[in-house]
Design a protein around this ligand. Sequence first.
Ligand SMILES: Nc1ncnc2c1ncn2[C@@H]1O[C@H](COP(=O)(O)OP(=O)(O)OP(=O)(O)O)[C@@H](O)[C@H]1O
Ligand SMILES: CC(C)(CO)[C@@H](O)C(=O)NCCC(=O)O
Ligand SMILES: [K+]
Length: 259
Amino acid sequence: MLLAIDCGNTNTVFSIWDGEKFLCTLRTSTHHARTADAYFTWYSTLVKHYGIEVDITDVIISSTVPRVVFNLRVFADRFFGCRPLVVGKPDCLLPANPRVDEGTQVGPDRLVNTAGAFDRFGGDLVVVDFGTATTFDVVAHDGAYVGGVIAPGVNLSLEALHLAAAALPHVDISKPQKVIGTHTVECIQSGVFWGYVGLVREICERIKAEAGVPMKVISTGGLAPLFQQAADLFDEFEDDLTMHGLTVIHRYNKENGST
Ligand SMILES: Nc1ncnc2c1ncn2[C@@H]1O[C@H](COP(=O)(O)OP(=O)(O)OP(=O)(O)O)[C@@H](O)[C@H]1O
Ligand SMILES: CC(C)(CO)[C@@H](O)C(=O)NCCC(=O)O
Ligand SMILES: [K+]
């Protein structure tokens, strides 16, 4: 069975894939200093709790934090006796190679989202992922990542206001009832919420105009449904796009690679 690991700048998610469905999803915060033994203590406690102590034969990792890959490799080797596939490394094949400026290191999460979205929806897509950053990945007709947009993440923007301005509290994102806030929290929520609605709409319109072909907009990430409530920003929402993309890349390497 496959253990798929999606390591973002904020959260690390482990999912066990039995070839047809995910058996469980485990989430922890990302810490570069977490050791292989610490990962295993956490992992084994939870799988035992859920009663899914299965035999892991394969591990695939996507990490936007380069430093965590070492400990995750040790974890895979020590506890499952396998050499993980690491997205973005030369020995991990992609269904379509990215077309970007030479020397550019595309975030592995964006490559994985691209593969997952192309598998689900075909080509000519914009994938909007609301993670630590809000990213827009442009997927060409043949499934290649051909560039995109990186904007600050929603929670990052809220946190930045709180950190930089002495009188501004920490605020959780939510959809305000109106635009004109009548207290501080409402003013901040309005700025970030409606600001992001505008940001997403403007960027998607400009991407489509620049690409010159009709494109579907796919959203993913924890905050996507919240933004969809407000406006028709997306054609499709896909909860587990990154995890799905990891299974697609794993299968592609099984069929075409040396692993
Ligand atoms: N309704 C909500 N209100 C506030 N926060 C939410 C809500 N729904 C989800 N979230 C949070 O949104 C964040 C987005 O989750 P997601 O897994 O997409 O990205 P992330 O883990 O923050 O980023 P990365 O993958 O870059 O580490 C999570 O921290 C999640 O707890
Ligand atoms: C943009 C983030 C932080 C989003 O997780 C990640 O994809 C990343 O670190 N990317 C590297 C630069 C790039 O994708 O062009
Ligand atoms: K993510």
